[in-house]
Design a protein around this ligand. Structure first.
Ligand code: AHR
Length: 657
């Protein structure tokens, strides 16, 4: 035989063998397995990558209260503008005094470019609010939206006079309508006339925020969260719960009440990379705990706050002395108890009353609290104990979440789980930012977990490509494969949240991330769609799915296939999810035992033949799931899904019984 013929024969045999075997799977639809918790697929929000200020939080002005360390950071001033610190808000005392510059042909005023330019939409309305005082007599300011142009005379395209009446501090509000789209506008305020004005908390919001709330969220980003139908909403972090030091830890009590009086905090993610130091990264706390609870309610997710356990970030602080001594933890424990009262207490309680004052007399019905973010070893275990004791005593129904630390295996993880069992945590928060290989090899991870003791909360996870840390298709597909193991083990895995959630395309510290945005647009990564395909096809009970009697989890002989099945008691559907991680197509035949006759399946397919491809701000919908229908055959004693699954493809089949 000549060489060409041999090569041809080999190629043919390879092609045949890749299609030859049909993988026959069996689903027992008659016997419902473990319930799948409503909380199973959720979201985790942290203010990283400008996720809050400059992101989800609708505020368009940076440093609105003049409280950054450099008080005028974010502002350009001209003429006579001075920072003062005896303002009307005790915890945000700074403001600016704008006075006549001495000549009629000069102006005094200030300008803010937002978070890299204020994005305005033609025809949309924006609510400008500020606090002002005219100490010497009636004064006037000109409020303008201007183009950011490079010459010295930026053009205003919206200009409105605002009269400030003589006397004490007062809040003013006007609506500005943008006549055009402008991605990089600025807000400019100038003094008219000679009477000075004092200005504080200068704020600009789109009127159209999510649910049209005044202190609301950017509508497109919040809608993207709602569209995930998340079962649980973990907030506010992440490392920012701990802070770089105890002073900069997240303190929820600073984040409630009138926004004008919420003290700002530096963001721990200022420091993440030396070459990306962001000195202007602060937390305004405009998106605070009330707003988090309200957002949870708006999107139908169980709120899951994470509180500080008296510890700072252990990566940066390795000494015991960096953390709060165990006998001085009481204020931290009290913060937890007060938070539960803030969320659930009736309006006669101290903290329940504060919630009612903020506009929500009904309780938020908090069921979970996490104590500590990503802590490990004895430093953590001995601190967690008194929190658990105090919470159990006062609120026995609240489920407490502890953590097994930053690694998904190894000594600290083992110690973490052992300690969480001993301490009696209800759930253990595991974090894994791991490689492609890890994700492919860990779909069986939870099959061997003990069914007794704490349940699993996979609280932070994402597949990080080795040498390729971006949101490319391949990693998202492997997340889909891994997640078959979460669903199959729904009796032990009660919650899972991808991380991080948001990233600004020009201002990020960490990737991959689930949703990316600039000041005008957003796009959903493929990982977002994987999460959505799971959360919108969650089902209520696991159904046993096997191939040759074994779970389908990419193991030997399964040709890179991963699969799971669930029943949905709501609409009576059977849901089968199959991931083909192989670079060749795979034939599958899934026998739905307990269903008979021909049926129509709704099919959602996520596929892409370029493993490095990704969605981008320029091509936001390059890779999206597609909906179709197919006929499932009537087999001898079952309905059968017969399909050939394209290489590197995730499919969800939904069949009504
Ligand atoms: O999600 C980014 C960070 O990863 C979180 O802040 C922290 O918990 C983990 O180390």
């Amino acid at each position: 035989m000549n060489l060409k013929l041999i090569a041809g024969a080999m190629a043919l045999s390879a092609a045949l063998s890749s299609f030859a075997q049909t993988h026959v799977m069996d689903v027992n639809t008659g016997k419902k397995g473990a319930p799948i918790q409503k909380t199973m697929y959720g979201i985790f929000f942290e203010d990283i990558n400008y996720g809050a200020d400059g992101g989800l939080y609708g505020e368009l002005i940076k440093n609105r209260s003049f409280e950054f360390k450099q008080n005028l950071m974010g502002w350009t001033t001209f003429g006579n503008v001075n920072v003062k610190d005896d303002g009307p808000f005790e915890r945000c005392p700074h403001y600016v005094e704008v006075t006549y510059p001495g000549h009629d042909d000069r102006r005094s005023g200030l300008q803010n470019d937002g978070f890299g330019g204020i994005s305005l939409k033609q025809g949309d309305s924006y609510r400008l609010s500020l606090w002002a005082k005219a100490p010497q007599g009636n004064a006037s300011i000109q409020v303008q939206l201007i183009d950011q142009v490079t010459d010295n005379d930026p053009q205003d395209f919206v200009s409105q006079e605002l009269k400030i009446t003589s006397g004490e501090w007062k809040k003013y509000e006007i609506i500005l309508k943008s006549p055009k789209n402008d991605k990089e506008a600025s807000l400019r305020i100038t003094l008219n006339g000679k009477e000075p004005v004092c200005l504080e908390h200068i704020s600009l919001f789109p009127v159209n925020t999510f649910k049209n709330r005044k202190n609301g969220m950017r509508a497109d980003l919040a809608q993207a969260l709602a569209d995930l139908h998340p079962g649980v909403f973990r907030f506010p972090g992440g490392c920012i719960v701990e802070g770089a030091d105890l002073d900069s830890r997240y303190q929820w009590k600073n984040t409630i009440g009138p926004v004008e009086n919420r003290p700002i905090n530096e963001n721990r993610w200022q420091y993440v990379m030396k070459n990306r130091f962001s000195p202007d990264y602060y937390q305004s706390y405009g998106l605070g705990f009330f707003e988090y609870f309200q957002l949870s309610e708006d999107i139908g997710a169980e709120p899951l706050p994470v509180l500080n356990v008296g510890m700072v970030c252990q990566f940066q602080n390795k000494e015991e002395s960096a953390h709060v001594p165990v006998d001085e933890l009481q204020p931290y424990i009290q913060d937890c108890l007060d938070l539960i009262e803030f969320a659930n207490g009736d309006t006669t309680t101290t903290w329940g009353h504060k919630r009612a004052e903020m506009g929500h007399p009904a309780p938020f019905n908090l069921k979970y609290i996490a104590v500590g973010n990503e802590q490990w070893e004895d430093f953590y275990f001995k601190r967690l104990k008194p929190f658990v004791k105090a919470i159990r005593e006062k609120y026995p129904d609240i489920k407490i979440i502890g953590t097994s630390g930053p690694s998904p295996e190894g000594e600290s993880y083992e110690h973490g789980w052992k300690a969480m069992r001993e301490i009696g945590a209800d759930l253990v928060d595991e974090h894994f930012y791991s490689s492609e290989e890890w994700f492919l090899n860990n779909a069986m991870r939870y099959d061997s977990y003990s069914r007794k003791g704490p349940k699993v909360f996979a609280g932070e996870y994402a597949c990080h490509g080795v040498g390729k840390k971006w949101n490319h298709y391949e990693t998202s597909l492997y997340e889909a494969a891994f997640m078959t193991g979460l669903e199959r083990n729904a009796d032990v895995v009660h919650m899972a949240t991808y991380a991080p959630l948001f990233a600004h395309v020009k201002m990020w510290q960490w990737r991959p991330d689930m949703i990316w945005f600039d000041n005008t647009n957003m796009f959903k990564s493929v990982s977002y769609y994987v999460q959505q395909m799971y959360s919108c096809n969650k089902g209520t009970n696991v159904l046993k799915l096997t191939m040759n009697g074994k779970p389908v989890a990419g193991q030997k002989g399964q040709d890179g296939l991963y699969a799971t099945a669930a029943a949905d008691n709501g609409d009576g559907s059977v849901i089968v999810k199959v991931v083909n991680t192989n670079k060749t197509a795979q034939s599958v035949s899934v026998n739905l035992k307990g269903i008979k006759g021909e049926k129509t399946a709704k099919v959602t397919t996520l596929t892409c033949n370029d493993l490095n491809a990704e969605n981008t701000i320029e091509e936001p919908e390059k890779i999206t799931p597609k909906e179709s229908t197919m006929t499932c055959k009537a087999g001898k004693s079952s309905t059968v899904i017969e399909d050939e699954i394209a290489p590197m493809t995730f499919k969800v089949y939904r069949i009504k019984k």
